[in-house]
Design a protein around this ligand. Sequence first.
Ligand code: FES
Ligand SMILES: [Fe+2]
Length: 373
Amino acid sequence: MSEALPTILQQANGAGIGEPGGDTDLGFLWDFWYPALRSTEIVGERLATAMLLEVPLVLGRTSEGKAFAVRDSCPHRGIPLSYGHFDGKTVECSYHGWRFDACSGQCVEIPSLSSQDKLKVDRIFAGHYPCEEHDGYVWVFMQAAGARPGEKIPAAPKLATFSDKFKITHLACDLPAHVDHGIIGLMDPAHGPFVHQSWFWRSRGSIHEKQKQFEPIPDGFRMSPHSPSSNSLPYQLLKKRTGELVTTTIDFILPNRRLEEIRSGKLWFTSQTTVTPVRRDLCRIDFVAAWNVFFLPVPIFRMFGKTFLRQDQETMIQQAEGLKHNPRLMLIDDADRPAKWYFALKANLLESRRTGAPVPHPMSGPVTLHWRS
Ligand code: FES
Ligand SMILES: [Fe+2]
């Protein structure tokens, strides 16, 4: 059975602002954590900028080391606050010198006020968002209406690790597409033999029939623990080394996270891939991997990882060319079933946020999918 893709994918060029209640629904999921920057991009007390869900942000770290994210727009006249000055605690606007507490967005000074003025400075806020640093990323919780004092925010995502000593590395790449295309590309098993043909991974000729079991998990689905593709060289090496079974578990969790866990005896490898909406026509893949597999050096891994990402990126650049003309698209069984689950998870979540009813899961239990790749 095939099915048309939700229309947001085909309307990604519409006009409007990016928040719920704006003119256009851009198909973004609000009220989730997204990685805005790498931690290393904030140097000392310098301000950095990023964009998430079409919201411009100015980010920095206070003199106490706390990361913050403020809407990069002065509430007075809208000039980006990133042109201003940061003293380790407050951001001063470059236009009229209003100063805002970096962690709360609260205005602390309006230099032009005279003794006659009754304006309550502390009632003025620059938009700001909860912010945390983990695993080398500055995470920002994109609340639909900006931070609401006292509201409970879930903890930011963390990469699982299974020993004290491990290697960790990060990769990223921009994709010129709506986040939904980025995500369904990420979970798509059928492009592997065509897009990722490499001597070290697999060739088009190695295509064979596969069946994988999936199960529902909260806000997502899991490819149940299984022994990975026998046609992939890295897995063969791992098995040879430990002499133990290699198992892989892959989770997808809303809004945008793919988690992979590979275990073989005491050796482990984990990775997290997020696809983050920057604008309606641009998303970014952030990939972080950690492992204690001693015979896998970081530079070698990065070389392979970059090749992979570049292959995906080149494909999406070509796809974007085609999408300009708003073609009708298809999702087929079983290879596109994870993509269907993603759209259903997302639609169900939005619907339950609207009605207050519990979120139904699109899967009623474990299912086995079949495809060739
Ligand atoms: S525009 Fe920022 S202080 Fe006036
Ligand atoms: Fe890919």
